[in-house]
Design a protein around this ligand. Sequence first.
Ligand code: PMP
Length: 360
Amino acid sequence: MARIFNFSAGPSTLPLPVLEQVRDEMVDYHGSGMSLIESSHRGPEYSEVHEQAGKLMHELLGLGDEYKVMFIQGGATMQFSMIAHNLLSGGRKADYTLTGTWSKKAIADAKLVGNVNLVFDGTEDKFMSLPAAADIKASEGAEWLHLTSNETIGGVQWQEWPDVDVPIVCDMSSDFLSRKLPVEKFGMIYAGAQKNLGPAGMAIAIMRDDLLEKCNRELTAYLRYDIHADKDSLYNTPPVFPIYVSKLVLEYLKANGGLDWANELADKRSGLIYGMMDQHPEFYRCPVADHCRSKMNIVWRLPTEDLEKQFIAEAKAAGMSGLKGHRSVGGCRASVYNAMPVEGAEALAGFMDEFAKKHG
Ligand code: PMP
């Protein structure tokens, strides 16, 4: 078996021991004579998995009982719309930060439903920087503040959290579970599963009771957070396979040291790659401001687009895939999520060094 280093932005690499366990359990789950994805979502095998996934999420993130963990289909994009309908309808107002492609989409959906006030707009700066967290203030009448903790395409990441007197609602799709959080600041945390958690096909939505109480009850059932929370994500058939794999990923994370471990590895991997850019400043250029460089999605340019193409092709031939920047911005991008082995970052840094020496 030859596993490559997969630097894709999502779906992305998952821990090998988890994939192996899924393989081993696939055909006959724990002696039940069938796979988990063939068994009832209300049966004992799946119920245990479902319960554990929620418990582990609480435990790893340090969430109290006032936070409800929901597994919802439709990805993070569905959350943009659910958040708007649940928390902005009826003339309500929220603050948003416009920091890149993903917050832009969240804002576009929110504007269709309620009042959106931008407390930061990075458009002019081409989204290559974030403001100091301390400079973010909630505006008059805004009920909550929306952040995108990590912009997957632009490669900017909040390293500190604003100190505001309203709850933060945060899209953590691309850095979920990669560091400890001051959870009390957050009224809601949501993330598409397919980066740091598991297979594509669902989002995780964590909402605190005070926000749940404010959710619009005059929506069709599947859009209502209060129903998902009351029914423990079993109002309808949940995405059983993504939840099952996520549970295994959470167990793996816990066994290895939880969020401190994840954070330590993120520092190592990103340090290796940014460090290599610093060693060849004439050749590699990171467009992102130092204070907000992402530890999950690292972006950089080479002197010409031809060299970028060559870099990406040769890296692929050397067993490193997914290094092409998003089609909207070009350049190179390495997504180094929790499951990327440090050896992957070492291999990439080594390759960058050689390539720069050859072509610089
Ligand atoms: N937010 C962020 C930060 C993302 O990176 C993505 C997907 N790459 C999304 C939202 C949209 O997620 P999904 O594809 O699960 O709808």
